[in-house]
Design a binder for this molecule. Structure first.
Ligand code: B12
Length: 212
C-alpha cells in the first residue's frame, strides 16, 4: 500500500482537489499524524510545484490548481491540528505585504495562532504599510506579522517597519516576518524582532514574548 502522506502530496501537485481531500480524510481516519500531512504532504507539495514552475515544467495555471487543492485540504486538517484555547493570549495583526498575493502560508500561521489562543486581525493580501499602521493604532496588538513570498515584495516589509517607526508605534509591537524567501539575516537587516521558517515557530516566538 502506498504511503498516505505521499498520496496526498501527489494529488496536491496534480491539483486534484477532490482526491486530495478524500486522501486526507482517509489518512486521518487511519491515524496518520496531521502535522506530517501538513509538513510532508501539503507544504512539500507546494515546494515541488515551485520547483516545477521554476524549471518550466509547470505554468501559472498548474500552480493555481495545486494551490487550490491545498486550500481545500487545510479546513479538513484544521480541527486535527489546532486545539481549543481557553482564553486569549494576546492579539496579532497579520497580512501579506504590498504587491504580494500569496496567502496560503499566512493563513496557516493565522490558523496556528488562533488555535494557540491568539486573537488575530487578518488584513489579507497586498497590504500597504499605512494599513498596518492604521490597524496597529486601532487594535493595539502585541504583534505585527508580515508574510512575503516574492523576493521583490520583501522590500514592502522594510517600508512597513519604517512607517510604524515614523508613526511612533514601532516600540509598542513585536514584529515577526516570514515566507519562503526570507532569512534571519534579512529580518535583522530590516529591523524585525523575529523570523520563523514555519507557523509552529511563529507561535513559539509569540508565546516566548508573552511569557517574558
Ligand atoms: C502557490 C503559489 C502561487 C499561487 C498562490 C495562491 C495563494 N492563494 O497563495 C498563485 C498561483 C496564485 C501564485 C502566483 C504567483 N506566483 Co507563486 N508560488 C506559489 C508556490 C508554488 C507555493 C507558495 C506556497 O503557498 N507555499 C506553501 C506555504 C505553506 O509556504 P509559505 O508561504 O512559505 O509559508 C510557510 C512559512 O514560510 C511560514 N510563513 C509564511 N508567512 C509567514 C509569516 C510570518 C510572520 C512567519 C513568522 C512565518 C510565515 O509559515 C508557513 C507555514 O509553515 C511558490 C513556490 C515556493 N517554493 O514557495 C511560488 C512562488 C512564490 N511564486 C512565484 C511567482 C513568480 C508568482 C507570480 C509572480 C507568477 C506570475 N507570473 O504571475 C504570481 C504572484 C502574483 C503576486 N503579485 O503575488 C515565485 C516567486 C519568485 C521570487 N523569487 O520572487 C515562486 C517562488 C515560484 C518560483 N519558483 O518561481 N503563486
Amino acid at each position: 500500500m502506498s504511503d498516505p502522506v505521499e498520496t496526498i502530496k501527489e494529488w496536491v501537485i496534480k491539483g486534484k482537489k477532490n482526491e486530495a481531500v478524500a486522501a486526507t480524510r482517509d489518512a486521518l481516519a487511519a491515524g496518520t499524524d496531521p502535522g506530517s500531512i501538513m509538513k510532508d504532504g501539503l507544504i512539500a507539495a507546494m515546494s515541488v510545484v515551485g520547483q516545477k514552475y521554476s524549471s518550466g515544467e509547470f505554468f501559472l495555471p498548474q500552480m493555481m490548481i495545486a494551490a487550490r487543492a491545498m486550500t481545500e485540504v487545510i479546513p479538513v486538517l484544521k480541527p486535527h491540528l489546532v486545539g481549543e484555547a481557553a482564553e486569549s493570549r494576546g492579539k496579532a495583526v497579520i497580512g501579506t505585504v504590498q504587491g504580494d498575493f500569496h496567502d496560503i502560508g499566512k493563513n496557516i500561521v493565522r490558523m496556528m495562532l488562533e488555535g494557540a489562543g491568539y486573537e488575530v486581525v487578518d488584513l489579507g493580501v497586498d497590504v500597504p504599510a499605512d494599513k498596518f499602521v492604521e490597524t496597529v493604532r486601532r487594535e493595539a496588538p502585541q504583534f505585527v506579522l508580515m508574510s512575503a513570498l516574492i523576493t521583490l515584495t520583501m522590500e514592502s516589509m522594510r517600508r512597513t517597519i519604517a512607517a510604524l517607526e515614523a508613526a511612533g508605534l514601532r516600540s509598542v509591537v513585536k514584529i515577526g516576518v516570514g515566507g519562503a524567501p526570507l532569512t534571519h539575516k534579512f529580518a535583522a537587516e530590516i529591523g524585525a524582532d523575529f523570523y520563523s521558517e514555519d507557523a509552529y515557530g511563529c507561535v513559539q516566538r509569540c508565546n516566548d514574548y508573552i511569557a517574558a
